[in-house]
Design a protein around this ligand. Structure first.
Ligand code: IPE
Ligand code: IPE
Ligand code: MG
Length: 254
């Protein structure tokens, strides 16, 4: 990679994860139902994917439904599931146009059949695309994902001696391979819309060193300038990964 390419790649986050929050509050402010807020929010998806891709982002994770969201009123959960299934079918041709590959994170097995079917079809149709990965996080919980990883790790050994030996050698890199996914990069930039300043069980493992960005804009009102502001802010951050500023700037001895 040339030094100018290197500089550019450092300025664009490879993996942007978005907590798409504020649909309900946006709807309330407009005198609309919460479900209408979710519908308007879902319409933002195709633009955000295109804007991110055009900016050079390689992966976009979208928090669509958390493991905690099952606690919402039954009608809202049903409405959300129906919306997710519909959007997946509607957006697949658009993702083909954009060269976007759909991936999923979360416990898909307990989603309604309609959602699983639409998800599998969309993932299968888009699997050869290479411009940008769209990682839809459904029934996703960061803690649950780590627990599943521990279970996967433990299930591969026949004897206690084997397990102890593997435990001694366990590193964050090797543990990542125990998580139920492939091809997911570390999160560089984590954006939350809707004004709350919390992570809500999103990408706990992958966002270990993510830059965090919070905006008051509610998700249905999210615009290209909002994303640009987040990407510009990211450029101004110094990612030190434990080192000193001087080391990062290259002014100090290793
Ligand atoms: C985010 O918007 C969408 C989902 C959680 C599915 P909310 O529905 O949480 O909106 P607020 O936070 O109530 O405004
Ligand atoms: C997080 O938003 C989940 C999604 C955006 C899908 P919530 O609105 O559910 O988060 P909390 O519960 O207020 O933290
Ligand atoms: Mg919310």
């Amino acid at each position: 990679m040339s030094s100018s390419e290197d500089q550019i790649s450092q300025r664009v986050p490879q993996h942007v994860a978005i907590i798409m929050d504020g649909n309900g509050r946006w709807a309330k402010a407009q005198g609309l139902s919460r479900l209408e807020g979710h519908k308007q929010g879902a319409k933002r998806l195709r633009d955000v994917i295109r804007w991110a891709r055009d900016a050079g982002v390689k992966q976009v994770s979208l928090y669509g439904f958390s493991t905690e969201n099952w606690k919402r009123p039954k009608l809202e959960v049903q409405g959300l599931m129906a919306l997710i299934a519909t959007m997946l079918s509607l957006e697949t041709p658009k993702m083909m146009e954009e060269g976007a590959r759909l991936l999923a994170l979360g416990d898909i097995s307990s989603l309604p059949w309609l959602v699983r079917k639409a998800l599998k079809r969309a993932m299968n149709t888009t699997k050869g695309n290479t411009s940008v990965d769209v990682i839809l996080c459904l029934n996703y919980g960061g803690q649950q994902e780590i627990i599943e990883g521990i279970k996967n790790f433990c299930s591969t050994f026949n004897t206690d001696a084997e397990k102890e030996n593997a435990l001694l050698k366990l590193t964050p890199e090797s543990f990542t391979t125990c998580l139920n996914r492939e091809d997911i990069l570390p999160v560089d930039l984590l954006i939350r819309t809707g004004g709350e300043k919390r992570i809500s069980n999103f990408h706990l493992w992958d966002a270990a060193y993510a830059e965090l960005y919070f905006t008051d804009t509610n998700w249905p009102a999210y615009s290209e300038s909002d994303l640009k502001a987040a990407l510009d802010d990211y450029v101004s951050r110094e990612r030190r990964f434990g080192k000193t500023s001087e080391q990062v700037q290259g002014d100090a001895d290793e």
